[in-house]
Design a binder for this molecule. Structure first.
Ligand code: GLN
Length: 427
């Protein structure tokens, strides 16, 4: 069978319609790009990448670099230190607006140029060159291949970077920039000039979607930092069309003036599009259209309510034991359902089996809620057994339930009676 995924992406490219807008020309080299290029890529968290169109054409990452450099600045300096220098409020301004918070002199967020130059300068390194090296190294780890700077685009932008220079000197006067402003702009411009394809961007997005972990299991960005980055992308990633984007597409995203557009659906997927003509906000016209269509077709919007009231727990009786069979991934609301099931047990010494055989994952909140439930059943006088063949509860203290652990699935030490109860009930 050939997967329909790629057919869908081709349909998506065909449905983009007439292109509109202009190629960015304030960076002279960008004006040489072929305006008809069009590509899209979708990367799963386990490393599958589906592409269509000009998926191997390279373009410069430009502002899509900003969230990643922000992550590195936080890793190097700590979140508090970075927040003292760069705020996280949407500015509603264009990307290169010369504006700082009047009271503090902080750039309003790290997605506009002022904040991005400040974030670049907060990346650790002995000198300007080492900062850039570390940044390109991070991008390469995220993309899963070695990336490099397009020297042509770099030279071209640097030669016309007066506005960014003005921003950097302004940052320096208010004490937000500790390094030489010209060095900061040079380094920032190199970071923007890294060449990527939609394949690379989708894969980088998929790492953000996976909480900072690559498909190979490498935790490249700390989960809390990753969350910070995605939050700022959500409110500020699309500049002065952030509100429009959040309502119509509804996922954290970042655009670049070379025509790239990257979107992240947390926990699910990384997506990238490329088409060089830009709308008046500086976002790829056809890129935005493709994301709008994908939201419609694939239900990406973060604010779409999912039905979490689906029953994940059922209680059956077997040989005098009450068995709570639980299924699916457990978060706060699923754990609440499980606890509600536990409350149906009248206090007494009847045995209770908590069967997690069909649970593959529980987040830390759900785990704590479950363990507290087990502890209370125990306090009520029950003999509680937990069947946890997948080790969902980890090494957690089981709250006075006897843990009949992972060995269950591998023929280990589960007391026969209880593994029989669990499997007999499941049939
Ligand atoms: N390098 C570009 C600049 O600083 C990035 C802008 C963008 O992609 N929006 O102007």
């Amino acid at each position: 069978m050939q997967t329909p995924m790629i057919d869908y992406l081709n349909v998506l490219l065909d449905s983009c319609g007439e292109d509109a807008g202009e190629i960015a020309s304030y960076i002279p080299e960008l004006a040489n790009a072929d305006p008809d290029r069009l590509a899209v890529a979708v990367a799963t968290l386990d490393g599958e990448v589906y592409v269509a169109g000009d998926a191997d054409v390279e373009f410069t990452i430009q502002s899509i670099s900003k969230p990643f450099t922000y992550a590195l600045a936080i890793a190097d300096q700590g979140l508090d230190a970075v927040l003292q220098r760069i705020d996280v409020e949407p500015s509603g301004d264009a990307f290169n607006e010369i504006s700082l918070e009047p009271e503090t002199g902080r750039p309003r967020n790290p997605m506009i140029n002022a904040g991005a130059i400040a974030a670049h300068a907060l990346v650790g390194g002995d000198d300007a060159e080492q900062r850039v090296e570390r940044i390109v190294e991070l991008y390469s780890r995220l993309a899963g291949r070695e990336l490099s700077v397009s020297e042509d685009v770099f030279e071209s932008e640097l030669a016309s970077a007066d506005r960014n220079m003005a921003l950097a000197y302004m940052l320096r006067t208010v004490g937000t920039l500790d390094v030489d402003p010209a060095d900061a702009v040079r380094g920032y411009t190199r970071q923007c000039s890294v060449s990527v394809t939609v394949r690379d961007l989708a894969r980088m997005a998929s790492v953000l979607a996976a909480g900072g972990r690559t498909p190979d299991g490498e935790q490249v960005i700390d989960p809390v930092t990753n969350r910070q980055v995605l939050s700022v992308m959500t409110t500020c990633g699309m500049y002065d069309s952030a509100g429009d984007w959040l309502t119509s597409v509804g996922i954290p995203a970042k655009s670049g003036v070379a025509g790239g557009l990257m979107g992240v659906l947390p926990g699910q997927v990384g997506i990238a599009a490329f088409s060089p003509r830009l709308d008046p906000h500086g976002n790829s016209t056809r890129g935005v259209r493709m994301f709008e269509r994908m939201n419609h077709d694939l239900g990406l919007h973060l604010m779409t309510s999912t039905d979490s009231s689906r029953s994940v727990s059922r209680r059956v009786e077997h040989d005098g034991a009450a068995v709570h069979e639980i299924a699916g991934d457990l978060h706060f609301m699923e754990a609440e359902r499980v606890l509600r099931g536990f409350t149906e047990e009248p206090a007494g010494d009847g045995p209770v089996v908590v069967d997690l055989d069909r649970v593959q994952r529980a987040n830390s909140i759900a785990r704590r809620m479950l363990l507290e439930g087990v502890r209370r059943l125990h306090l009520d006088g029950h003999d509680v057994r937990i069947v946890d063949p997948w080790g969902v509860l980890g090494s957690a203290e089981t709250g006075s339930g006897e843990l009949v652990h992972g060995e269950h699935a591998h023929g280990g030490f589960v007391p026969a009676a209880f593994s029989d109860v669990a499997s007999a009930v499941r049939g």
